[in-house]
Design a protein around this ligand. Structure first.
Ligand SMILES: Cc1cc2nc3c(=O)[nH]c(=O)nc-3n(C[C@H](O)[C@H](O)[C@H](O)COP(=O)(O)OP(=O)(O)OC[C@H]3O[C@@H](n4cnc5c(N)ncnc54)[C@H](O)[C@@H]3O)c2cc1C
Length: 458
């Protein structure tokens, strides 16, 4: 970063906005992966859209590359600084600007943590259904930029389905305010989609209008064991048909993940006496709790009678339900205990999953540090999280190859975490030449000097 730019940023922004040297906290050195940490040349913390615009205008004029940082819980290396970059952190652009409970909308600044959005919606008797393990630290701007998924996609869709409008600042500082609050608006291109899921490469999201939903009166949680992958898929079908729109989660764990997770994060009695091959955590949104509980129990009795499920329990307290969710969300504890772990986030048609996993296990077997490949995820969304643990770190490219190459032609190398830096070389496995060329054209037209999140995605 040249001295003139630093001087301009310091002069044109309020005191305390620009941090350099020892004032830069280590949290700005990398995202949650911890891979390739690097201190940025400076951290700029704008507190308004116009300040974001000033920073980008000055950086654009100087050709200064920048990296955008939200809550830094990303898993694709996208928010990790690269050589010569300054970081624009949204940590001071926070707060709920407006809630309309009748229309079911909330306008919010991009740096607001997801859990704050949840609490604000709950305070008016509504819910913002996007939910994921990093809810306390991730920001709504990061969720939008990565098109985050999470635990309730089966019922409410991904971030894209929950954003009505947004405001973004382009690389040259132009503010595009498209804070639409209407469900229907077909007046020309819906520009918000350029910024949702583009991982900060086309603009910085500064504000958004979110879509709120009626809150469930209660959430019923069941935990079901099955003895084969086919039974797991049949169970999903039975739950979809039996619970309809009230099925809000169908989260799955393979036996190794389940064993580790209970041991590590939820010691004490397990829900089932016998081990099984797969487990499903099922959540139902209850509108009439007594009647809905009876319906869920009867459905579970049917799947047990039909031999689809091997065992099943319904959580009978919030504490029991939250223990099961802690187990499901324990990847954050599992990964640091493994030798040279790599975490993958892939998606594909459910009909291809069994063959795909068998192929991955065959290919990675020679390089694993122990026999296990940990698998869990959002089966109802066709999304699996796969973790490998390698004997030698130098085998990482072979592990990537084993997991990604069998997906070519039918699956995605990123179901929900994004491409970032880490998966950039694998984009061609999921997007064809024409798609990539159009992406590059959009990038060049919106960010002609290539200053925004350079080297991410493309
Ligand atoms: C324990 C754990 C569980 C997780 N579970 C899930 C899950 O179930 N589903 C899921 O989808 N993800 C999950 N994630 C990944 C992560 O939480 C999400 O990707 C989240 O949306 C990132 O938000 P963030 O604010 O931390 O973004 P960051 O990590 O700061 O940034 C992520 C990307 O978005 C860009 N960015 C951030 N803010 C903006 C902005 N305002 N404008 C433009 N670009 C921006 C960054 O440059 C970067 O490329 C999980 C992560 C952890 C640690």
């Amino acid at each position: 970063m040249n001295a003139t730019l630093l001087e301009s940023l310091t002069q044109q922004l309020p005191a305390g906005t620009v941090l350099v040297g020892d004032d830069i906290g280590v949290r700005h050195h990398c995202d949650w992966t911890g891979r390739n940490p690097l201190p940025p040349m400076a951290v700029v913390r704008p507190a308004s859209t116009s300040e974001v615009s000033t920073v980008l205008r000055l950086c654009h004029e100087a050709g200064q590359p920048i990296v955008v940082q939200g809550g830094l819980t990303g898993l694709a290396g996208g928010a990790t600084p690269r050589q010569g970059e300054i970081a624009i952190s949204l940590e001071r652009l926070t707060g709920i600007e407006a809630i309309d409970p009748d229309a079911g909308t909330m306008q919010v600044r991009a740096g607001t943590p997801l859990s704050v959005v949840h609490d604000a919606a709950a305070a008016v008797g509504l819910q913002f259904p996007l939910d994921l393990g990093a809810r306390g630290s991730c920001t709504i701007g990061g969720n939008i930029s990565t098109n985050a998924g999470g635990n309730r996609v089966i019922r409410y869709g991904m971030a894209r389905d929950l954003v009505l409008g947004l405001e973004a600042v382009l690389a040259d500082g132009t503010v595009v305010s498209s804070l639409n609050a209407m469900l229907k608006n077909n007046a020309g291109y819906d520009l918000k989609h350029l910024f949702i899921g583009s991982e900060g490469t086309l603009g910085i999201v500064t504000r958004a209008v979110l879509r709120l939903h009626a809150d469930a009166r209660e959430r019923l949680t069941a935990f079901v064991a099955v003895d084969s992958f086919d039974a797991l898929v049949a169970l999903l079908g039975a739950m979809r048909r039996g619970l309809g729109g009230q099925l809000s989660s169908f989260e799955t764990m393979w036996s190794d993940y389940y064993e580790f997770a209970f041991q590590a994060v939820a010691p004490g009695p397990r829900p089932f006496a016998e081990p099984h091959s797969h487990y499903a955590l099922i959540e139902m949104e209850a509108l009439e709790p007594q009647a809905d509980l009876a319906r869920l129990e009867s459905l579970l009795a049917d799947v047990l009678d039909a031999g689809l499920a091997a065992d099943a329990v319904v959580a009978n307290s919030l504490a029991e339900a939250s223990r099961l969710w802690i187990v499901r969300d324990s990847a954050g504890q599992l990964i640091p205990t493994l030798k040279n772990p790599i975490s993958y986030d892939v998606s594909m048609p459910i009909s291809k999953m069994a063959d795909y996993l068998a192929e991955v296990e065959r290919r990675v077997a020679p390089i694993l540090s122990n026999r296990s490949v940990w698998v869990f995820g959002h089966l109802g969304d066709g999304n699996l999280h796969v973790i490998t643990s390698l004997e030698n770190p130098s085998d990482a490219p072979s592990s990537d190859h084993a997991v990604y190459s069998p997906l070519t032609g039918f699956g995605s190398v990123s179901a929900e975490h994004g491409i970032g830096v880490i998966k950039r070389d694998w984009l061609p496995a999921s997007r064809n030449e024409a798609e990539r060329a159009l992406m590059q054209q959009l990038k060049s037209s919106l960010d002609p000097r290539g200053i925004l999140n350079r080297g991410r995605v493309l």
